[in-house]
Design a binder for this molecule. Structure first.
Ligand code: CO
Length: 136
């Protein structure tokens, strides 16, 4: 079902400082920056081979990532697996009784379609599945 790890999501308080670390110090090319209103974040993608690091700055304290930062502080937020067909993947997960946060796909970064599995179903790891836009 899962093609590869598409990205790991990292919650940050200061996006520019995080970019300084990942792009300049660690040398990962920054390939995309976008405000994703639907997820309440400003996000950037940095390339790591065919995969990415996704840095997430919450747009407010009441957003999911904002609440995460308040509760746990900056750090690893989620793991995202790439799928070819997100509807098929969601149907398969439902058939396997995996608890979902998103029963239907929603808009992700860079035109992707994404859905989250509930961390209760995945040993505490917030898990995302992502179908990239066709040109990525
Ligand atoms: Co993500």
């Amino acid at each position: 079902m899962f093609g590869l790890i598409d990205h790991v999501g990292v919650a940050v308080k200061d996006l520019d400082a995080a970019i300084q670390l990942y792009e300049t110090t660690l040398g990962m090319p920054l390939v995309h920056r976008e405000t994703v209103e639907e997820q309440g974040v400003e996000a950037v993608l940095l390339d790591v081979g065919p995969c990415h690091v996704e840095l997430l700055r919450p747009l407010g304290e009441k957003t999911p990532v904002g609440k995460f930062l308040t509760r746990k502080g900056p750090g690893l937020h989620h793991v995202a697996y790439r799928v070819e067909d997100i509807e098929a993947a969601l149907a398969e997960l439902k058939a396997r009784d995996v608890e979902l946060i998103d029963a239907e796909p929603r808009t992700g970064i860079r035109g992707s379609r994404v859905a989250f599995l509930h961390p209760r179903a995945t040993d505490g790891v917030l898990t995302e599945i992502v179908e990239p836009a066709e040109d990525h």
